[in-house]
Write a protein that binds this ligand. Structure first.
Ligand SMILES: [Zn+2]
Length: 213
């Protein structure tokens, strides 16, 4: 079984268990095929932070407790495509607090705002920075704050090798791409010179989500 930390699509591969990302205004019951197998992350994306952000955060809060919701997110900070940065920070802070209350990890989207991310987060949250493409030095700074990383199809190979050498968990994902996460495992295994099967335990999000599907 291959775990996919973060996707926006229902997986088509039976060997994949995915944390499917949903916005707070989406109905999880609509995914009848997902019941019992796939699980979710619920969050307000920085691109969708607008004047009504507080209402959306209340929806995140009420869904956060559901058993099939494994994580809060994706949420975070984006200086390139997001809206008002001040509001983004407030919405992110509110979601960090929700995650602490329900004891679930946060899947973070961060674009050109790593200084702010490092100053806003503390060890009270379990955080995974998703789709990480930064250099090893940036990975080191983020991991020094207790955060973990998730890699999609595009990443810095030196960073991947650095993270692997730390022996800490890391995660793999397809994000908005329509592919099987198996392909990402194969690609990463090739770069690391290991068997893809070896990655399965290392990249298992249950290490931080603390539950079985
Ligand atoms: Zn995403």
């Amino acid at each position: 079984m291959y775990y996919n930390l973060h996707t926006h699509h229902l997986p088509t591969d039976n060997n994949e268990i995915a944390i499917i990302n949903r916005n707070p205004d989406e109905d999880l019951c609509a995914d009848a095929s997902a019941i019992g197998k796939n699980v979710y992350s619920i969050g307000l994306h920085p691109w969708h932070v607008d004047a009504n952000w507080q209402e959306k955060i209340e929806a995140v809060r009420s869904m956060a407790q559901q058993q099939n919701v494994w994580a809060i997110g994706e949420c975070g900070l984006d200086k390139v495509r997001g809206g008002d940065f001040q509001l983004q920070k407030e919405a992110f802070r509110a979601q960090l607090e929700i995650a602490r209350k329900v004891g679930k990890p946060v899947i973070v989207h961060c674009v050109k705002a790593f200084d702010e991310l490092l100053s806003m987060t503390d060890k009270g949250n379990k955080i995974v920075v998703h789709g990480f493409r930064g250099k090893p030095q940036q990975a080191k700074q983020i991991m020094a704050k207790g955060m973990l990383l998730s890699f999609g199809q595009l990443y810095n190979v030196e960073t991947l090798k650095f993270v692997y050498a730390t022996n800490l968990p890391f995660f793999l994902e397809t994000d908005d791409l329509r592919l099987s996460v198996h392909q990402i495992y194969d690609q990463v295994a090739l770069h690391l010179g290991v068997d893809a099967y070896h990655l399965v335990r290392l990249c298992d999000p249950r290490q931080i989500c603390g539950r079985l599907p």
